[in-house]
Design a protein around this ligand. Structure first.
Ligand code: AVJ
Length: 328
């Protein structure tokens, strides 16, 4: 079956401006310290740069997670029933998805992503690999209320949230998001989620500050996107990429640091930064083997199995929706 036309849930104003993007940028830059939510990295250029990051020798996350997915097919088949709808949150290029779909014999696949063209291209490619699987791409921000296609309404669901994307959210928002997933997927659903593990800061920083400068380009692309889509004139060359380990909050932070005093405008609003000040663009939280499970429990999901790669760099956890009430 061919790819469905898909639902489009991105709101544009009369001028074709993405209003949610504009609101996040204008609010975020008016804040102290300045911050822009990481989800806005993923325009087409940003999504392509992220795919490049996943190939970097320093960026172990994707390789470690792929290794787990490849080696645990029997476990997935045993613990996940056939015939359910797989709903992937932030599907991106969907490169890891076949590894799961091959194992568990699903009845449908629903990739959700905010990068529309990228989403449709990836869905089309996947349709080539799984000609008998109904695919229903949904262009949406999974942080907003989402409606699943009617075609999968009656099916049991497996949420798939790989890549350690959960790490982008502060634990408070992460638990909100997990609860939202639970509400969307239903009371008998399961969730397969990837989380990056805590490890020595040197390795973490190297993964987010590669010598080739791909991560820097990914971070700086946000400014280029703002200039293009939100009528901005940010001098991109006046910023440099920085990755910091915040130990007390257990996260890598990415910043865009002004290398000199800068002034610019975005959608008619003026902003300035002094030399050395930064725009905080991403958090990537890392969890220990207990912390990750507690996060899931707090978000309404009971862990039932956990796997890591041999070096224990990365974990995949399978959880099921907690019943409304449980003993004691
Ligand atoms: C896709 C959010 C998991 O935090 O590791 C990679 C994004 N940022 N390099 C991550 C990212 C910089 C990535 N996630």
């Amino acid at each position: 079956m061919a790819t469905q036309p898909g639902l489009k849930l991105v709101e544009l104003d009369e001028g074709g401006i993405n209003t949610a993007f504009r609101a996040d940028v204008l609010e975020g830059l008016a804040q102290v310290p300045k911050a822009i939510p990481a989800r806005w990295f993923y325009d087409d250029a940003g999504s392509a740069l992220f795919e490049e990051i996943t190939q970097l020798p320093e960026y172990y996350l994707t390789r470690a997670e792929t290794e787990i997915l490849q080696s645990r097919c029997d476990d997935f088949r045993r613990l996940i029933e056939p015939g359910l709808a797989v709903v992937e949150f932030g599907s991106g290029s969907s490169v890891k998805t076949p590894l799961l779909l091959e194992c568990i014999a699903p009845a449908a696949y629903v990739p959700l992503d905010i990068a529309g063209d990228f989403l449709r291209a990836s869905a089309a490619e996947l349709a080539g690999k799984f000609p008998n699987l109904p695919i229903h791409p949904v262009e949406a921000d999974f942080m907003q209320p989402v409606r699943l296609p009617d075609a999968v309404a009656h099916l049991p669901k497996l949420g798939f949230f790989p890549g350690s994307t959960i790490g982008n959210f502060i634990p408070w928002s992460a638990t909100d998001l997990l609860r939202q997933f639970r509400a969307l997927l239903g009371p008998c659903s399961q969730l397969l989620i990837g989380m990056d593990r805590v490890k020595p800061p040197e390795r973490l920083i190297a993964a987010y500050n590669d010598p080739q400068g791909v991560t820097a380009a990914f971070n700086l692309n946000l400014l280029t996107r703002i200039n293009r889509e939100l009528e901005g004139n940010i001098p991109v060359d006046a910023f440099r990429h920085e990755a910091r380990w915040n130990d007390i909050l257990s996260r890598i932070e990415m910043h865009l640091v002004a290398t000199r005093d800068v002034e610019f405008s975005i959608s008619g609003r003026y902003f300035s930064l002094g030399a050395g000040q930064s725009i905080h663009t991403e958090n990537s939280h890392k969890y220990g083997h207990r912390g990750g499970r507690v996060l899931l429990l707090a978000g309404g999901w009971t862990p039932i199995a956990e796997w890591t790669d041999p070096d224990e760099d990365f974990a995949i956890i399978l959880a099921e929706a907690q019943p409304e009430r449980f003993a004691p």
